[in-house]
Design a binder for this molecule. Structure first.
Ligand SMILES: *Cc1c(COP(=O)(O)O)cnc(C)c1O
Length: 468
């Protein structure tokens, strides 16, 4: 399997080569040159496999330059009951007939990003040890990516993490999870600007190819292809758990921000998994919902600070991979659209044949606001006795609006409610129980630096901490 850029300006690379990189040299995203498709017989054989076996079946099709035995070792070490609370890794909770919640948030940071990030930590360690290399991970986070990356990389040899976050915009719990880490290879940088500015700073540094090479800069943001790949696995597992044969279909509702999670579902569907609908859920930052309803993609200048903060994103980086498929995987067309984004601030696919593909790909969407979130959390608690985090509530609302009555709907639980106590308190008047070990996390000493949204200052910060 070879990888190219969505914008056509990167020589073909292997999985391991793109594993440690960020954006492609031309500013695009790495994509596989084709999607491997499972035959009916292969899908039937995957039924009954456990999570680790399924992960091998799926990921080995993409990581073709990692020897099978090595990949198995890495997967067996990653997807353990010790790290994810049970051997199922991502358990299903059934609320009602044809209505399920997929528990993706049982890893060390209580959010779905652990599923991919724990694997990434082990893949990075493996790839770096092979060449005796080092890596300085630069990332931006509005909450869960940062802590998931730090917990995956802490103490790993040859790796440093420089993690940007918008100062004061994460929940106290999320902030504490990251800032209380005392590992010397972890650097928390609080930026006095919204998340999109953090993401722009990361992009600017990654686009400075000399700096990137000199300081061995890599990324773990959701544009990392290995992360998207790792996330396809639970779509397969869930599908097999809820169906008896491959003539049946399942729909998924996905709380979305950078479009990584739902992109993984789209890829699973392209690989032959019988998914009916992929329902993209947004909060008040509803750029994606607008696109799926109108064909117009118009990232906003302003990001709203909401009560589902990990979805407070106005430029969905992985969306470029999806649009690449919409335009028939033609890098020239894709590049033209992104040039138009630069010059005019939007593009409109409504009157093009490309937009019809949205339906073909089974994608629908819905948006929520704060009142919706509170109402959904309340209703789910009253009807099913289940406490749902605010992001998952956004997912459920959009899912219920778009579902087909006779097809199982699975809402992806992207975080545990314990991470968002204030909102749960507002909705239910109770404090969600915290898993053991997290009781007093906000009172532990914190370690972080503050920077303005200036690329030059970020470069100086990194240069001062990376011995050459
Ligand atoms: C990251 C995150 C999302 C958004 O996922 P994307 O892959 O960026 O679309 C949703 N909910 C939570 C809790 C998250 O941490």
């Amino acid at each position: 399997m070879k990888y190219t850029s969505t914008r056509g300006g990167m020589a073909a690379k292997s999985f391991t080569e793109i594993l440690l990189g960020g954006l492609a040299e031309d500013g695009g995203l790495a994509v596989p040159d084709h999607y491997p498709v499972f035959s009916a017989a292969e899908l039937a054989a995957m039924r009954g496999m456990n999570y680790r076996e399924l992960a091998f079946e799926v990921i080995s099709r993409f990581a073709t330059d990692i020897p099978a035995e090595d990949l198995k070792t890495i997967l067996n070490k990653t997807y353990t009951a010790a790290a994810f609370g049970s051997d199922v890794i991502t358990p299903i909770k059934t609320l009602a007939p044809n209505l399920h919640v997929l528990g993706l948030s049982n890893g060390p940071t209580l959010a779905f990003k652990d599923v991919a990030m724990q694997l990434l930590g082990n893949l990075f360690e493996y790839a770096l040890a092979k060449d005796g290399a080092t890596l300085n991970i630069l990332g931006g986070t509005s909450g869960d990516t940062g802590s998931a990356a730090e917990y995956a990389m802490r103490g790993k040899r040859g790796i440093r993490v420089f993690m940007l976050s918008p100062l004061g915009k994460m929940s106290p719990f999320q902030t504490a999870q990251m800032f209380t880490l005392q590992d010397p290879n972890i650097f928390n940088i609080a930026v006095t600007a919204p998340f999109d500015a953090c993401q722009d700073m990361v992009k600017a540094v990654s686009n400075d190819l000399d700096f990137k090479a000199k300081y061995q800069i890599g990324t773990v943001n959701s544009i990392n292809w290995a992360r998207v790949t790792a996330q396809t696995v639970y779509y397969f597992q869930t599908y097999f758990a809820l169906t008896e044969n491959n003539s049946q279909k399942v729909s998924f509702a996905v709380p979305s921000g950078n479009f990584g999670n739902v992109c993984a579902g789209h890829i699973a569907r392209q690989m032959g998994l019988p998914i009916a609908k992929l329902i993209v859920a947004t909060n008040e930052n509803d750029v994606l919902d607008e696109f799926f309803k109108t064909g117009i993609y118009r990232p906003r200048a302003e990001t709203m600070h909401t009560t589902s903060p990990s979805m407070d994103i106005t430029k969905a980086s992985n969306f470029e991979r999806f649009v690449y498929d919409l335009v028939g995987r033609d890098p020239k067309v894709l590049k033209g659209l992104w040039q138009q984004l630069e010059t005019e601030g939007y593009f409109d696919l409504n009157d093009t044949p490309y937009f019809a593909k949205v339906q073909e790909f089974g994608v629908a969407s819905g948006a929520s606001n704060h009142a919706d979130r509170i109402a959904t959390i309340r209703r789910v608690y009253q009807e099913y006795g289940f406490v749902m985090d605010p992001h998952t509530a956004d997912g459920l609302k959009a899912g219920l609006e778009n579902r087909d009555a006779d097809i199982p709907l699975v809402c992806l639980e992207t975080a545990l409610p314990a991470k968002f106590e204030e909102t749960i308190q507002e909705a239910l008047g109770i404090t969600p129980t915290r898993p053991a070990g997290y009781e007093n996390i906000e009172s532990l000493p914190q370690r972080f630096d503050v920077l303005p949204p200036e690329v030059a200052q970020l470069k100086a910060f990194i240069a001062a901490r990376v011995p050459l």
